[in-house]
Design a protein around this ligand. Structure first.
Ligand code: NAD
Length: 365
């Protein structure tokens, strides 16, 4: 008998709705395993507020070791009001920065796709959102989030806040390559977003992206200032194929873009780097709805699809999950965040099970 393949996955459910959406995503993985013969060794670890409660730190060494020993990492979400008053280094969100740093995760991929059955859930007009299929590539390890000096200090008797935007050309080149490579697999259009008119660090960004582009003659490269991009994403989002941008601009633009699809609960993401890649929905721990069976698990489930495609090369199975999500929406199932009149409002568990039902049917077709 042929050996079954086994992929090792570190699972960090985290806080708030994290464990609720992770549970549904793992059901999809189990269905894939049953029909494909590929086994997934999932091992759970603590992260975020849950870890702070259990062992006094948001990213324990054991969790880091688990992530390092895995082929991929699945993460729910971290954070919540319970831990907001803690010192900065003990806050749940520090775990995310720590994981990114220790796993060398430098490229965050956020696909934004308008689902035909959810067009009406977007606050924008149908003709604006109907053809959206774009990918935002956000740099993850540089910029003001990591640059030094940083902090709040006293100068001449008053408090002064400082952060430093810093990018090396090597950091820019490696993220540019990820974006160009992705553009080659899609519509071959890349828009690099910066603020080169006022920030020298992003003039360097523009220069290095342009230089890198010479290696990709088949990709049409354009540059856009971030303020214009914020506007264009609302005015005509279908003009974009792949967008590549800095850590802070990407943070803001990708949340803006999420609203094009109707709900932050719909969007997956992947963070790639030197070791195991990390997959998580783009939303946070949503403490306002945690524990009430209200969370939309589809962003988390679609993150599993990205994991199968990118980390394990399982294109067909990843596609089946995406099809199953489309089918469940077509069937009319809606969690509260995407609910509309005439549709069937269900909870997190029923939505997850709906996806699994369609997935099983697709896998055994
Ligand atoms: P959030 O994404 O948790 O919630 C924003 C709004 O969207 C809320 O109204 C919430 O109910 C809703 N929402 C989010 N996900 C949803 C889902 N799957 N289904 C239905 N509705 C959903 O952002 P926030 O309120 O700014 O942050 C809450 C906590 O999460 C904070 O502690 C923050 O630091 C943390 N956070 C963590 C991550 C992460 O773990 N990657 C990302 C962002 C925020």
């Amino acid at each position: 008998m042929m050996d079954k393949k086994a992929f090792r996955i570190a699972v960090f459910p985290g806080d708030g709705i994290g464990p609720e959406v992770v549970r549904e995503a793992l059901k999809c993985l189990a269905a894939i395993s049953e029909t494909s013969g590929i086994s997934f060794q999932t091992r759970e670890g603590l992260i975020g507020g849950a870890a702070t409660d259990a062992c006094g730190m948001p990213l324990p060494e054991s969790s880091l070791a688990l992530a390092r020993a895995s082929d991929a990492v699945l993460l729910g979400a971290v954070g919540g009001p319970k831990w907001e008053a803690l010192p900065y280094d003990l806050r749940p969100e520090r775990a995310l920065l720590g994981l990114r740093e220790k796993l060398g995760l430098f490229a965050n991929l956020r696909p934004v796709i308008a689902h035909a059955d959810l067009i009406d859930a977007s606050p924008l007009k149908t003709h604006i959102v109907q053809d959206i299929d774009l990918m935002i590539v956000r740099e993850l390890t540089g910029d003001a989030y990591f640059g030094k000096p940083r902090g709040i200090r006293i100068e001449e008797g008053q408090r002064v806040g400082v952060n430093t935007i810093l990018y090396t050309e090597e950091e820019i080149r490696r993220i540019a390559k990820v974006a160009f490579d992705l553009a080659m697999t899609r519509g071959r259009k890349l828009c690099s977003v910066d603020k080169a008119n006022v920030l020298e660090s992003t003039q360097l960004w523009r220069d290095v992206v342009t230089e890198t582009g010479r290696e990709y003659p088949d990709v049409s490269l354009s540059h856009m200032y971030v303020d214009n991009c914020a506007m264009q994403l609302i005015r005509n989002p279908a003009q974009f194929d792949v967008i590549v941008t800095t850590n802070m601009f990407g943070d803001i633009l990708s949340d803006e873009a999420s609203m094009l699809t109707g709900s932050i609960g719909m969007l997956p993401s992947a963070s790639l780097g030197e070791r195991a890649a990390l997959y998580e929905p783009i939303h946070g721990s949503a403490p306002d709805i945690a524990g009430r069976d209200l969370a939309n698990p589809l962003g988390m489930i679609l993150s599993v699809a990205m994991m199968l495609r990118i980390s394990f090369g399982m294109q067909a199975e990843g596609k089946r999950i995406e099809e199953a999500v489309r089918s469940v929406l077509k069937e009319g199932l809606r969690t509260r965040d995407i609910h509309q009149d005439g549709k069937n409002q269900v909870g997190t568990t029923a939505m997850g099970e709906g996806v699994v039902k369609h997935l099983r049917a697709l896998l055994t077709r």
